[in-house]
Design a protein around this ligand. Sequence first.
Ligand code: AMP
Ligand code: MG
Length: 293
Amino acid sequence: MFAWGVAVSVRAPYLLLMPLADHLAVPHGTPFRLADLDPRGKDRLQKHTGAPDSKEAAQAALETDIAAIADLQYRLWAENRRALLLILQGMDTSGKDGVVRHVFSGVNPTGVRVTSFKKPSEIELDHDFLWRIHAATPARGEVGIFNRSHYEDVLVVRVHGLVPEPIWRARYETINAFESLLASGGTTIVKCFLHISRDEQRRRLKDRLEDPDKRWKFQEADIEERKHWDDYQAAYEDALTRCSTPIAPWLVIPSDHKWLQRWAIGRVVRETLEGMGPRIPKPRIDVSRMTMK
Ligand code: AMP
Ligand code: MG
């Protein structure tokens, strides 16, 4: 069913060489249940990709990946031809902000654009649902990070019936066409679903309530949203299968352990950039002829 399930039967050496994203990708059009995937993910990941088995090992590996990402991002920016778009989705407290803060701690902010999508404004609602999204996509040379995205329009919108069902149902196809448009324009898309368990969310929400430094993050709506947990999981299952395409697959990131989550996303981002192989352009001038007083 899942790449990481199928992978067990394939030859072991290949498994270690296989990009991490292939282990985590959702196959297109195959229904699955998120409840069948372990949000701690340790067992599967460790067996097949040599993932770190402790917080310390994960942090050390992430440090190396952060440095590699910084170098690759410099090249992507200099090359100025293609873009990377990372889409982060997940339930409240799944760690979206933390991923941005940690995985991208080494990059040059000039070439990186983070957009957090909130409830659409009046003006945004007067346009099609992709209007505000398209405007935020990364330009050539940039890395774009979406904290929430157009997927909210088939998630929160579906769970709360904010538009009639035929309208949100039609959006899966629209989203696939939109992402295909971005890809054909030179944007590589990485989509990560940060998979946490219901128990872990309870712990994190309680923590937000009890820790004075975290209390600001807490919203009463978070408790209300939690009541819709099962509806959200079902909405995610549909979005992930319908919109996991070869050009923009969905990856399920085990997220109950933040250290494993951050390591996994850092590794995926690094591997993706390495795969793109951005190159610093040749100088536009003949350096040997340049003299300067
Ligand atoms: P936060 O990520 O905690 O800042 O919350 C942002 C809120 O905006 C979440 O409750 C999202 O569900 C909501 N949101 C984001 N996009 C949309 C959308 N297209 N329609 C309705 N609500 C949205
Ligand atoms: Mg919130």
